[in-house]
Write a protein that binds this ligand. Sequence first.
Ligand SMILES: [Zn+2]
Ligand SMILES: [Zn+2]
Length: 303
Amino acid sequence: MSTGVKRLEGATLRSWRVTVGAVVLVPFLGFLAAVVHLWGEVLRPADLLSFLGFYLFTGFGITVGYHRLFTHRGFVAVGPLRWLLAVAGSMAVQGPILRWAADHRRHHRHSDQPGDPHSPHVGEEDDLLGLLRGFAWAHLGWFFDAEKSRASVYAPDLLRDPLVRRVDRLYPLWIALSLGLPTWVGWLATGSADGALRGLLFAGFARVFFVQHVTWSVNSVCHLFGSRGYRTRDESRNHRPMAILALGEGWHNNHHAFPGSPRHGLDRGQWDPSWWLIRGLERLGLVREVRLPSPAALEGRRR
Ligand SMILES: [Zn+2]
Ligand SMILES: [Zn+2]
């Protein structure tokens, strides 16, 4: 066994699984409650705008913040922007920043080989049952695994970063904000308890549910379905619908070929809203040292 993981046992493992079960189940139940509460009604512009606003804020928090900035160090951001991105990523309710980054770096280190925390391929047969089991494991089954990535092995740089440690420790506060802010916005927009409840259910719970499953689909869908434009030693794929939903992260084969690149949509016509945002922030002087692969490097890896 690699020393990069620690094994949970007994009561610790049981309480871990209950916690993770709640993180997966509660947003889903909240989404169902939103469907029931809003059934037969036309969604108001305030509901839709709030949903979209929080979807983009927390979605970019994951893609631009957690993933491209903190995990892969694809660019450098000014202090207040680092704070904002770390908090926005935490508000997506996909785990505190240190654990997310350590798991993801372990995924890149062992991609689709033994040691990868969420490969849909390792240990699965090449038939329909293997595909379904692999999909379920890569999507969310792996959260319940007893083996946990060690941040001291996979993210020592982030462990030394005071901002990251502080945001990591305050994780419960960011979850409370993630649900509390949309409730407050709903109350402000309508001045009614029903408006606040709609904000909580729709822009709160249902939005957390969507952002979670879109991110998790990058691990499941984008290692099973789609095209491979660049040579990599794994099964990563480019998947256009996922690229749109996941704000550019669906160009996952490109990403595995050039993990340090903050631009994932590397070829013509590959929309990458997270990259557009990084470019915009660079023009505003809030981001610098953007590391992009050279045209020669791209050509060298093309299949
Ligand atoms: Zn991957
Ligand atoms: Zn990555």
